[in-house]
Ligand binder design. Structure first.
Ligand code: HT7
Ligand code: ZN
Length: 893
């Protein structure tokens, strides 16, 4: 397979000014006429035109209306004898493709009788021959022609300029629609949709007075699940104008939902295509988490309209230019919609949890790569948590270094300089720095940009020293970063570390660094640039308790020897909610690691009274929000615990964490009863932070009460829980109750699952939850794998539907470590079979699954050897896709 390298970038040899596409849509054989105006790029030596193609049938090529010679180089169409000089010429290419046979869901495909496209990253070449690269931006005119009864709705990017019945013989019952996109765009943003759909519509007026039509298209029968997506879209339009001064630049903005989609959603210009999971929701079918995800994904795709579409990427190595920035923007959007600082903090904690449980492992594993990668074989493999979530943290640090207003100035300059262009991550950081010439970012820009070029999670070591005699407190910070594949040595990063100091009463101290004349604030941003640096605060009357990396001000691992007493103090008092939560996590982690590392059988009581009392205090705290309490009382995930260990025994980690949960359930029994009673009733369902938090805490309490009942033999709480499955008036409460029964392994779980299935057998997204819950259930004597095999044979299971495949196979292989890592290696054999099977029809989904064993080198025996063998088995298949081949090759390296 060919390795593509960032350093090999060269500008395109031709520019495409206009593209006119005419589609005759037919599932078996769609005909595509592509008429382009091109011209040679004067900055590049004269050469042949090489057009990308994939799985196309070529019928005709005309240059300026005349037949011309061409040749094929693999799947690339090569035109050598084109008009000389720099005058534009017309190229007409006629091809056909077979959308109903397209199981990869890239290019033009059919889902439940409706045509959809997915062109990012390199799917446009499966529709027509083209310069399929993001720096070629053209104006598009698109005509769709199709049977009117089967495809009454015909959509593409931009504005509808003409539509009607097709005249003439052979066109009976057929109609057309012509769309013109007023904005130039790269081909990865092209989209069409044709089918029998209905739309929720809303008109909105922008600050400028311009009116826009917003539409959410779904299948008939799903209209009652579109209100939240529409509201989220309206909020997004308002927010981007208010926070960044970025208006909607189209008369019409459309979202269309499909149940067959490889990822979450796609930001095609003016015609976003979404996985149904991120559009459809009502209180009966969707959980609070679904509602929150819809809000952020709708926001994310909408915000791409400026960060990605108006200013796009020069090449795919710059993917984080749009993805990191747009994740940052969607995170800020969701935070800005929160009414209270506490709700904002909850969102920040949730985002950091994703980063630490998914991105940190990626950064320490075989697929580790910089936010701006240097090479790839298959670009689809680089839509990663590093490019997205770590990329967002890199943007966040820029905002931290220049301040919120400074960041806005930087964004303004970025659009002033680059609107309509295809640019690089360097261009972005340069704009933020240039708009803030006196900032640390501007001063340190070349060093700061190591965040884009160096892979790996930096480790910051912090140690404090208090000198009572001088009333000074010195905090010493040092940094290091482990080697990653291809990068043995790392240069120091620029690391913004937000710090506070608490007194014995838990109050924040006013902070004054030596040399300053007055104290300034209670949280200080220390900008670490050297391998080590000490910061001395003066006027510190008594030994303080440090609160380091407040708000998770940088994506680093923080090493700090903190006593239990200090952590308990922070958990009780820290004014920074992130570090307050973090203190609880550290206390829990410390106990988990001690129990995992202990000699002999796992301890039966890893939790001590000090910890349990602290948890009780948080749970009963009169002033803390329910959402925050739920986060504190949730123990660190098994995958997060695994990352702290050099050698991982998934069974031992699971056993210890389960023992801790059981202890927490039993010891706080009365408190859980109290929490349940206090939070179970929330009136009419509304997906907003306060009642969402209350439902989350009630759900946690119910889970704990079912666990406690398992130990005590009590049947009352499982009975009440089953009742809740039956009579809950919203999906969050119903599903939490169902999970409580399944997770505690109560006998009622079987009936509850059957009842739930009967109730929701026609709701695909709810069935996904039903499948996922069972595939992710705690293993009891190896029972999950046989259950998973049964689920695959269930009449509602469809392997080719990515959501359904993920709900069973990914829930088992990626999210259920103790059931997956079996001593008999049967989990790994199952995994390799599924990777190979899925790879034959959808390489993108297969290669995501292929990553389930990324961290195999850390596993204890016998898992390690068995995992290696399973990966080698996949790698041994000669006709693997590039996607899977790249993942397993890196894994075995
Ligand atoms: N920009 C979108 C990426 C995407 C995608 C990439 C490869 C294959 C299928 C895909 N569907 C969507 C999504 C986003 O980040 O907004
Ligand atoms: Zn995105």
């Amino acid at each position: 397979a060919t390795v593509i390298r960032r350093e090999d970038y060269t500008p395109p040899a031709y520019w495409v000014d206009t593209v006119e596409l005419i589609f005759d849509l037919d599932p078996a054989k769609t005909r595509v006429l592509n008429r382009m105006r091109l011209r040679r790029n004067p900055d590049v030596p004269a050469q042949a035109l090489r057009l990308d193609g994939d799985d196309l049938n070529l019928a005709r090529v005309l240059v300026n209306g005349q037949g011309c010679s061409f040749k094929m180089d693999g799947s690339t169409l090569v035109l050598e004898s084109l008009p000389e000089g720099h005058e534009p010429f017309e190229l007409e290419i006629f091809t056909t493709c077979a959308p109903e046979k397209n199981t990869q869901l890239m290019g033009l495909y059919v889902s439940q009788g409706t045509f959809f496209t997915q062109c990012e990253a390199e799917g446009f070449r499966r529709i027509t021959y083209f310069l399929d690269r993001p720096d070629v931006m053209a104006s598009y005119t698109v005509t769709l022609r199709a049977d009117k009864a089967r495809y009454p709705v015909l959509l593409s990017n931009g504005n509808l300029v003409e539509s009607g019945d097709l005249p003439g013989p052979g066109n009976e019952g057929r109609h057309f629609a012509k769309w013109v996109d007023p904005h130039k765009k790269p081909c990865y943003l092209f989209a069409l949709v044709a089918g029998n759909l209905v739309a929720r519509e809303q008109r909105v007026r922008a600050r400028s007075g311009q009116e826009h039509l917003l539409q959410v298209y779904v299948r008939q029968g799903d209209m009652d699940k579109t209100e939240h997506a529409m509201n989220s879209l309206i909020h997004s339009v308002i927010w981007d104008e208010a926070r960044f001064g970025l208006p909607l630049d189209l008369e019409r903005f459309m979202i269309v939902a499909t149940s067959d989609f490889n990822m979450g959603a796609m930001e095609n210009k003016g015609l976003n295509i979404f996985n149904t999971k991120y559009v459809l929701a009502n209180s009966a079918t969707a959980t609070d988490t679904d509602f929150a995800n819809i809000e952020s994904v709708v926001g994310h795709e909408y915000f791409h309209n400026w960060t990605g579409n108006r200013v796009t990427c020069r090449d795919w190595f710059q993917l984080s230019l749009k993805e990191g920035l747009t994740v940052f923007r969607d995170q800020e959007f969701s935070m800005d919609l929160c009414a209270t600082p506490s709700a904002r903090a909850v969102k920040r904690i949730e985002d950091v949890r994703v980063l630490r449980t998914a991105q940190f492992p990626e950064d320490a594993g075989p697929m580790a790569h910089p936010v701006r990668p240097d090479s790839y074989v298959e670009i689809n493999n680089f839509y990663t948590v590093t490019v997205y979530e770590k990329g967002a943290e890199v943007v966040r640090m820029q905002q931290t270094l220049v301040g919120r207003e400074g960041f806005r100035r930087g964004m303004d300059l970025y659009f002033q300089r680059h609107d309509g262009q295809a640019v690089t991550c360097d261009d972005f950081a340069q704009a933020i720095a240039d708009a803030n010439p006196d900032s640390d970012l501007a001063r340190l820009l070349p060093q700061f940009k190591r965040w884009y070029s160096q892979a790996g999670t930096p480790r910051v070591h912090a140690s404090g020293h208090y000198d009572a005699a001088t009333q000074r407190y010195t905090l010493t910070l040092s940094q290091s970063c482990e080697a990653t594949p291809g990068q043995a040595e790392k240069q120091p990063f620029v690391i913004p570390v937000a710090v506070g100091l608490l007194d014995a009463q838990g109050q924040d101290l006013a902070l004054q660094l030596v040399g300053e004349t007055v104290p300034a604030g209670t949280t200080r941003l220390l900008v670490l640039t050297e391998p080590q640096h000490s910061y001395t605060f003066e006027g510190v009357a008594t030994e303080p308790v440090p609160s380091v990396l407040r708000g998770f001000s940088a994506p680093v691992l923080l090493d700090m020897a903190q006593s239990d007493a200090h952590l308990l103090h922070l958990l009780a008092h820290d004014s920074d909610p992130f570090n307050r939560w973090e203190a609880g996590q550290r206390l829990a982690l410390r106990r988990a690691l001690a129990a995992i590392r202990a000699e002999g059988p796992a301890p039966t009581a890893p939790l001590d009274n000090a910890f349990l009392d602290a948890m009780r205090s948080v749970l009963r705290h009169p002033a803390l929000d329910a959402a925050f309490k739920e986060l504190v009382l949730t123990l660190p995930a098994e995958s997060y615990i695994a990352e702290q260990l050099d050698v991982v025994d998934p069974q031992r980690i699971h056993a210890v964490r389960e023992t801790m949960r059981q202890q927490l359930a039993n010891a706080l029994f009365d408190d859980w009863v109290w929490a349940w009673e206090q939070h179970k009733d929330n009136g009419a369902y509304r997906p907003e932070p306060v009642s969402t938090g209350r439902r989350a805490l009630a759900g946690l309490a119910l889970g704990m009460l079912c666990l406690a009942a398992r130990d005590s033999g009590d049947t009352v709480w499982p009975g009440k829980t089953y009742q809740r499955v039956k009579d809950a008036d919203n999906m969050t409460d119903r599903f939490n109750a169902l999970s409580a029964l399944v997770v505690s392994g109560h006998a009622l779980a079987r009936d509850a699952l059957a009842r739930f299935h009967t109730l929701f057998k026609n709701e695909a997204l709810v069935l996904d939850k039903w499948f996922a819950l069972q595939a992710g259930a705690p293993d009891r004597g190896g029972n999950v794998l046989p259950a998973v095999r049964q689920l695959l044979a269930h009449p509602d299971f469809h392997l080719k539907n990515p959501n359904r495949a993920r709900s069973v196979i990914f829930s088992y292989c990626n999210a259920n470590p103790a059931a997956f890592h079996r001593e008999d290696a049967a989990g790994y054999v199952f995994w390799s079979d599924r990777v190979l099977e899925i790879d034959t029809f959808n390489p993108q989904v297969a290669s995501r699954l292929a990553r389930a064993l990324d961290r195999w080198k850390k596993l204890a025996e016998p898992y390690r050897s068995a995992a290696r063998e399973a990966i080698a088995r996949v790698a041994a298949k000669p006709d693997l896709s590039n996607d899977v081949r790249e993942v397993v090759t890196r894994s075995l390296a």
